[in-house]
Design a protein around this ligand. Structure first.
Ligand code: UDP
Length: 315
């Protein structure tokens, strides 16, 4: 049995990782300060004696008095609404938090995985985005707090790899969705599903012509575990290149799948909102033998089902 320490383990992706490794029979230590995590995400694991949860802000020193084999650093606000609300916490967890998690991995001689993001490409000038693209980020814009924190996190992760020989991995996660996203998460898919189920207006920012490519969380977790157990140390994009669509198309699809009578309302486009986003996944295909399997309609139906089941509790 191996021990996996997951920072942000009560968050959307973090809790799916806890679930995945517990189902494999491994031991999981989850650290989360619940800034944007949700205790309900980990409630089902609390009865398992291979699961330990500690309320901890990983921007502060991490102390765990037992051997740890893998450190998965997933703590961070990840929705633009959240990182604009918590700019300093976002910068701290991406910088100090990543430094602490790397120092901890070094002390434990553990393998380290950094959750990075397609946001390192900013508002990209090439399309689709390959890992060799350096990005187009406004460091002082509202999204800069997340983008630059993650860019720093990538830099320090590779510095620890090159200087201390730690076995580190970096995943650049593209827009991911699925069960366990918060109803008030603020990102397009949870917002639209929540609005559609309540019959409220669907809020499209800008003209809705901007594109995103959406990955179902199970596909992401499969890519993550392949990367974790690989011997590849440079960044790898994990995302679904097939399901690129405009936000207007996404809104219509969610209205159709929920059978909602919601109308569309147009709102101001937030500053520096990327116009396009689509992953080039040739590296993941070649090195990890990974490709996404879940088509967006099927994935959205699973997310909608989760939102229906949890709607009463979320209010
Ligand atoms: N968006 C929108 N309405 C919403 C939430 C988001 O039109 O209620 C847009 C947002 O402006 C962006 C896209 O949907 O162009 C994806 O936003 P999200 O917050 O999901 O993630 P991002 O890819 O921007 O990090």
């Amino acid at each position: 049995m191996k021990t996996f320490l997951i920072t942000g383990g009560a968050g959307f992706i973090g809790s799916h990782l806890c679930d995945y490794f517990l189902k494999k029979g491994e031991r999981v230590i989850c650290l989360d300060n619940m800034l944007t995590g949700n205790p309900e995400n980990i409630a089902p694991f609390q009865t398992c004696n291979r699961f330990i949860y500690t309320n901890h802000d990983v921007s502060k020193t991490i102390k765990v008095d037992e051997p740890v084999d893998y450190v998965l650093h997933f703590a961070s606000p990840a929705s633009p609404a959240d990182y604009i609300k918590y700019p300093i916490q976002t910068l701290k967890v991406g910088s100090l938090g990543t430094h602490n998690a790397l120092g901890f991995a070094k002390a434990k001689k553990a393998v380290f995985l950094l959750a990075s993001t397609s946001e390192v490409y900013g508002d990209p000038l090439i399309h689709p985005q390959h890992e060799d693209y350096w990005g187009n980020v406004n460091p002082i814009g509202p999204r800069g707090v997340y983008d630059e924190a993650k860019r720093f996190a990538e830099a320090i992760t590779l510095a620890y790899h090159r200087t201390h020989g730690i076995d580190t991995k970096i995943v650049r996660i593209f827009n991911t969705y699925g069960p366990r996203m918060r109803h008030n998460d603020g990102r397009a898919i949870p917002n639209f599903i929540d609005q559609a189920l309540k019959g409220n207006p669907i809020t499209i920012f800008g003209d809705g012509k901007q594109t995103r490519s959406f990955t179902y969380v199970d596909d992401l977790v499969d890519g993550l575990q392949r990367l974790l157990f690989s011997n590849f140390n440079l960044p790898v994009n994990i995302g679904n290149p097939h399901d690129e669509m405009t936000i207007g198309e996404l809104a219509k699809l969610i209205i159709e799948l929920t059978g909602s009578k919601s109308k569309i309302e147009y709102r101001v486009l937030p500053q520096d909102d990327p116009k396009v986003r689509n992953p080039d996944i040739r590296r993941a295909k070649e090195i990890l033998k990974w490709a996404p399997k879940v088509d967006v309609r099927k994935g959205l139906l699973a997310a909608i089902e989760y939102f229906k089941q949890t709607q009463a509790r979320a209010e």
